[in-house]
Design a protein. Structure first.
Length: 159
């Protein structure tokens, strides 16, 4: 997976023991519009252990981004992953989760609150921003979810 912001530990070489890495993305075609999320989760050795995607109906892009985050946090809780690093191309969501931006949207606040609750249950949680190119597979999965929901056989769309 490319774009991993957390590849190596400070000692320089090996991934830190026990940290799962999730790349998540959400999108909508129109804002609001047909929306979906995609996510790829790798174990501490870098092996992909899950690919998640879901069509969300008519939602905003930011709702879809948070839905992807909630999906990976849910997966971590269900599968006993105690430490999770999340990579997202949503600067807004990353900064809100880090407490750098306030959550002004009443529609996003419950999602943010739930994400904070789930993250707090983990022994370790980090979130970082990447450019869209660093989140390609999650982006592809999000687009496939939107295509499924819109009755399209395949292809990529924008968000």
């Amino acid at each position: 997976m490319s774009g991993n912001l957390f590849d190596k530990d400070a000692a320089g070489g090996k991934p830190e023991a026990g940290w799962f890495t999730a790349h998540c993305d959400g999108g909508s075609r129109g804002n609001p519009g047909p929306a979906g999320y995609g996510a790829v989760i790798a174990d501490p050795e870098g092996r992909v252990v899950a690919r998640l995607s879901e069509y969300l109906g008519r939602r905003t892009n930011n709702y879809a981004e948070y839905s992807g985050l909630l999906a990976v946090l849910g997966w971590a809780g269900e599968h006993g992953a105690k430490r999770l690093r999340v990579v997202s191309d949503s600067e807004l969501m990353v900064r809100q989760m880090k407490g750098q931006y306030k959550v002004a949207s009443p529609a996003l606040r419950p999602l943010w609150e739930e994400a904070r609750r789930r993250a707090a249950r983990l022994a370790g949680f980090e979130i970082g921003h990447t450019l869209r190119e660093g989140n390609r597979e999650a982006d592809r999965l999000a687009n496939e979810a939107m295509d499924r929901g819109m009755g399209r056989a395949g292809g990529a769309g924008s968000h």
